[in-house]
Design a binder for this molecule. Structure first.
Ligand code: SER
Length: 320
């Protein structure tokens, strides 16, 4: 991996991954791909090349790959689960049509491709606890359907055309840099903003709703390490279960209260998000990722909470 195109470089993952890749590969071109109207700003725009790349436009992908001699594409364009339910046609166009465009360019130009899958790729009939790597995947959300399709299409391109595709099933990602927006796991980000602002957090999910979560630094490491992994060791490709922690709203709010004693949370349920969360696993088994490419998270709920509160106070200019 030397010259990389990040499609979706202004999104929740892309903003941080672009910067991390520029640190890890200072001699390469790390191209921040953006859509019109969402141009990168600040450090992302100043620290390396950028290109207009709308994933629904195959020519734009091909042009950026050609111009910067790209060998690896990070395909991070997607609508998150709740937004996707509001715009299912667009979710398919970006999630599946966009992936198809990316894979076709990769096939023609010899690029490796990373496309994240998700805990949302599971659904009815999937074992909820310690969800195995290989199990039933029958999601009922359009988000999940695009993710399962993406896993299968990526594996197909590897089998059929030898394209080097790899991926992980991300849990809810928690970060303080760019907001997620429109996901079911977003509450676990929003709760920290409320805590540092001294606001009562209105939780959209009910107690007992367990989901896997991960702090962004671990997610960035997973995205880079899977692409750097020795292919001879990979039994799986698309897509590996990875996780760091599993909690419900009560557990995370109690953890925050250890550091912000007057933090308050009330429940104001969002039926759409609750239904989606209820269809997802409580906790993933990521043994295969640990065995095939030595995956290991570094953050747990406690160390993530300490860092999130600290970083958000700095970002928002709030004194403790
Ligand atoms: N974070 C995503 C969502 O909530 C799941 O992968 O939609």
């Amino acid at each position: 991996m030397k010259n990389v195109l990040v499609i979706g470089a202004t999104g929740q993952i892309g903003t941080e991954l672009t910067m991390r890749l520029r640190q890890e590969y200072p001699n390469g071109n790390i191209v921040a791909g953006y859509i019109k109207g969402a141009e990168p700003k600040g450090i992302v725009a100043e620290s390396g090349p950028m290109a207009e790349v709308d994933i629904t436009n195959a020519q734009q992908i091909a042009d950026a790959v050609e111009k910067y001699h790209v060998d690896t594409i990070y395909n991070l364009a997607a609508l998150l689960s709740a937004t996707a339910e509001a715009k299912p046609q667009l979710a398919w166009k970006i999630g599946v049509g966009g992936l198809y465009n990316t894979l076709e360019v990769a096939r023609e130009k010899g690029c490796a491709v990373f496309t994240p899958s998700s805990i949302g790729s599971f659904g009815k009939g999937t074992p909820r606890d310690h969800t195995p790597q290989d199990t039933i995947q029958r999601p009922e959300t359009i988000y999940g359907i695009t993710k399962v399709t993406g896993e299968m299409l990526s594996d197909y391109y590897t089998r059929r055309f030898g394209v080097d595709t790899r991926s992980v099933r991300f849990p809810g990602l928690i970060s303080y840099v760019a907001p997620p927006g429109g996901g079911t796991t977003d509450y676990a980000v929003d709760i920290y903003y409320s805590a540092v602002r001294g606001e009562t957090f209105k939780c959209p999910l009910k107690p007992g709703t367990f989901m896997d979560m991960m702090y962004m630094p671990d997610a960035l490491r997973a995205a880079i390490e899977i692409m750097e992994a020795n292919p001879d060791r990979l039994v799986h490709r698309n897509s590996f279960n990875v996780t760091s922690m599993s909690f419900d709203p009560e557990i995370i709010s109690n953890k925050i209260r250890e550091y912000v004693p007057d933090f308050k949370m009330e429940y104001e349920l969002d039926p759409l998000r609750q239904a989606i969360a209820d269809s997802w696993p409580n906790s993933l088994d990521d043994t295969c990722a640990r065995e095939e490419w030595d995956w290991k998270p570094q953050y747990d709920l406690d160390s993530m909470t300490v860092d999130m509160l600290k970083q958000l106070r700095i970002k928002l200019g709030i004194e403790k």
